[in-house]
Write a protein that binds this ligand. Structure first.
Ligand SMILES: Nc1ncnc2c1ncn2[C@@H]1O[C@H](COP(=O)(O)OP(=O)(O)OP(=O)(O)O)[C@@H](O)[C@H]1O
Ligand SMILES: [Mg+2]
Length: 461
């Protein structure tokens, strides 16, 4: 342990079932991590009904302590606010379900029994160093959230993470919904990492980027001679992922014929290679994602109803960043730290004016756009704190295309403005169906996606 390290510990402040159920009076935070929960193998075992089996974890880095909620049912709060993960400050109140502790940092810890509420049956002080298990066994969900790089503590994100954790424990098909750049792929990876299939293959398929003519062969493979150029047998994604997981990104872009074949995988658990006759059994979990309004696609006859219901056995929605602006400070700091690790920068903080400006902006490109904005601002800034003047103009003044309409563009519009407005108009006309929109625009779907990403993340003023 670092010799400069201060004593850090949690003392019990409130324990509603204290007369009947014991809980530790003090948790000494001396080692790297401490698990809190009702499970018998928790480092700090709280047997209260309001505490989940694996409720939370406290991780130490030097003198800093991070509380990570492990998808608990009743949540972990710091100073009364529910958190997914948050650093502790001296004097903070931490609540696991109904059990409340206060965090202290000082040179010597106080006597535990003096701090204890009357009538409590206290167990011995629990030390972070009381771990008897190996590191591997500590691979619990909160770690996984961090390992997947998921940052934020808004209720909306926490709800999505909680559902994701529950989904991971099952083999059910999951549909992840949300605008582009909200983190759908991160959640898909979290499901896989936390599922029983985590040692098996995980194959992401960008449905929007694959030419519809080769989609059948990509997903289901082909037999030798099935079509011109099929010089040998080729296994498809589903066969390759046997035992594992397939992530169908932008599922709303799949053509109707392909949707029928996918339905068969979900219903029968088998595929037939292109040009083949024999069904081949496959054991694959499917996670799908979309930023399209599938209900409108259903009504318009562009998405099959049976497939829609088969996919949304578990549905997870990631709200746009503008609806969870509480996540912005943590995300901004996280991306700044990432930048600092990849290039040397004098910037080591962000001012409140900059945070406020980031929280006022509407983020059409969501978290992806925020990451790009932070990266660009870090490169250009030369002061030690990022301020509002370091941010791109459109962040401060609002998105450039606000209210822009292709019919009402003035002679001052740039070619970029025109392109953006026209793409928007065509998409609206095509009910956000990228395939039809791309056709009308005379470009491929993958080019359209490229352009949409650019529009979402364009930062020039
Ligand atoms: N909560 C988050 N914490 C940290 N990074 C995030 C978070 N959400 C998204 N990101 C980052 O934002 C970018 C976009 O995320 P991701 O690819 O998962 O979004 P998506 O919803 O799948 O987007 P698209 O619909 O365009 O495919 C990635 O760089 C990802 O790491
Ligand atoms: Mg994605």
């Amino acid at each position: 342990m670092d010799s400069t390290m201060r004593k850090s510990f949690l003392t019990l402040a409130r324990c509603p079932e204290r007369e009947t159920v014991a809980c530790p009076a003090q948790l000494n935070l001396t080692k790297e991590r401490l698990t809190v929960g009702r499970a018998a193998n928790s480092d700090a075992r709280l047997q209260q009904k309001s505490v989940s089996r694996n409720h939370a974890m406290i991780r130490r880095r030097d003198n800093h302590f991070l509380v990570v909620d492990l998808a608990s049912s009743n949540g972990t709060c710091i100073n009364g606010i529910r958190v997914l993960q948050q650093q502790l400050k001296d004097g903070d109140t931490v609540t696991f379900g109904d059990v409340e502790y206060v965090f202290h940092q000082c040179d010597e810890p106080p006597e535990a029994s003096d701090e204890a509420p009357e009538g409590a049956q206290f167990e011995a002080t629990v030390d972070l160093g009381s771990e008897t298990r190996g590191q591997e066994e500590h691979a619990v969900p909160g770690d996984a959230v961090q390992e997947c790089g998921i940052v934020g503590r808004s209720c909306a994100l926490m709800d999505a993470v909680r559902t994701t954790m529950r989904a991971a424990a099952t083999d059910a098909t999951v549909l992840i919904r949300g605008e582009s750049g909200t983190g759908k792929e991160l959640l898909a990876r979290l499901i896989v990492n936390e599922s029983a299939r985590n040692t098996k293959r995980f194959i992401p398929v960008a449905c929007s980027a694959i030419d519809p003519n080769i989609m059948g062969s990509t997903l289901f493979g082909h037999e030798k001679g099935a079509f011109t150029g099929a010089i040998g047998l080729k296994k498809g994604v589903f066969e390759e992922a046997h035992g594992g997981t397939v992530f169908l990104d932008e599922i709303g872009e799949l053509e109707l014929a392909m949707q029928v074949k996918l339905l068969r995988v979900l219903q029968e658990g088998e595929i037939t290679r292109v040009g083949g006759v024999n069904p081949i059994p496959v054991d694959v979990r499917i996670i799908a994602a979309t930023n399209r309004d599938l209900e409108t696609a259903l009504k318009g006859g562009h998405f099959r109803e049976e497939l829609y219901y088969r996919l949304k056995v578990i549905e997870i929605t990631l709200p746009p960043l503008r609806e969870r602006i509480e996540d912005i400070p943590d995300l901004a700091k996280f991306f700044m730290e990432e930048c600092r690790q990849s290039f040397s920068s004098p910037v080591h903080g962000i001012g409140p004016d900059a945070i406020r400006a980031l929280q006022r902006y509407s983020w059409p490109g969501n978290v992806r756009e925020l990451r790009n904005v932070i990266e660009r601002s870090m490169v250009l800034a030369d002061a030690s704190t990022l301020s509002v003047s370091d941010l791109p103009g459109e962040i401060v003044d609002g998105p450039k295309d606000r209210g822009l309409d292709a019919d009402s563009l003035s002679g001052n519009a740039t070619l970029e403005d025109v392109e953006r407005a026209y793409i928007k108009k065509v998409l609206e006309k095509c009910e956000n169906n990228k395939q039809r929109a791309a056709k009308q625009l005379g470009i491929s779907r993958s080019t359209l996606y490229e352009k949409l990403r650019e529009i979402g993340t364009r930062k020039d003023t």
